[in-house]
Design a protein. Structure first.
Length: 279
């Protein structure tokens, strides 16, 4: 285990190595800690709108998931299993001197947030899933689709048919601001496409359903936040039966909202997060 912290004017830039993972993160502000886990195709700075709204009152840690941007993953079979990644993420938070914290995950970052809550439930004060279904709902509802359902990005990744899928200019389609689009393209150019694919294949194959269905429910309150017009994840999946079965779950749904709420509706999402943190 090793770590390096680089001080900048507005944040700490952190590099931390644990069990083959090299994690890159930024820490902003002070106060009660909030950890942000991005999804695909993203990197730590996609939370910029929410960081700006939280930094005056909270310590905010935003990181690159393994394989994305400046975070790397080990080279071994099953290298991106959620159990190993969550252990590394929690080790990073411990290294930063943080005990209990609030955790927010977008998209596949929500899967890892649930894995962290299962591994060390006492440390997670509250958990939010943004445009992120329970993994068991994701797998089971996909398994029940009609056989003639058109293939989507997840089908392609799971089948190793991702030729051209990871082109940076293709992955940045959802960002309107030209500077932010260029920054995301640069981050995805620096990313490890094989590791990103492995994140899906090591956790979201049909035979992973049993381990997600038996995942211990988070001990903390859970807030599911999503748009009812998400083009990638239907509402039936975002509010599926495994999510609804969690004992302390509440939902917030944005009419007309899509998948990338942190970018398309940053003020709305920021208000929802601040309200949730204040409960």
């Amino acid at each position: 285990m090793s770590a390096c912290v680089i001080m900048t004017e507005k944040s700490e830039c952190i590099f931390f190595t644990y069990n083959g993972f090299r994690l890159h993160a930024h820490s902003f502000g002070s106060g009660s800690p909030v950890v942000l886990l991005h999804g695909f195709p993203e990197y730590w700075a996609i939370w910029r709108g929410q960081i700006n709204g939280l930094v005056n009152d909270y310590r905010v840690i935003a990181l690159d998931l393994p394989g994305f941007n400046l975070s790397t993953a080990p080279s071994r079979p099953n290298r991106m299993r959620s159990e190993d990644i969550s252990e590394a993420l929690l080790a990073l938070i411990t290294h930063l001197g943080i005990g209990q914290f609030s955790l927010i995950g977008h998209d596949i970052g929500g899967l890892l947030a649930l894995a962290c809550a299962a591994r060390d439930p006492a440390r997670i004060a509250r958990l939010a899933l943004v445009s992120s279904p329970h993994p068991a709902d994701f797998i089971s509802l996909r398994a029940g689709r009609p056989p003639d359902t058109p293939k989507d990005y997840a089908d392609r990744i799971l089948a190793h048919d991702d030729t051209g899928l990871f082109k940076p200019e293709r992955l940045s389609f959802w960002i309107q601001n030209s500077n932010e689009k260029s920054a995301l393209q640069a981050a995805m150019t620096s990313s490890d496409c094989d590791a990103i694919g492995a994140l899906y294949r090591d956790n979201l194959a049909f035979d992973d359903l049993a381990r997600w269905a038996s995942l211990p429910a988070p001990a903390c309150s859970v807030r599911a936040i999503y748009g009812d017009s998400d083009p990638f994840l239907p509402v039936t999946m975002l509010e599926g039966p495994y999510l609804r079965s969690l004992p302390n779950v509440t939902t917030r749904k944005l009419a007309g909202g899509g998948h990338f709420l942190h970018s398309s509706h940053p003020e709305w999402l920021g208000r929802e997060i601040r309200e949730w943190l204040a409960l």
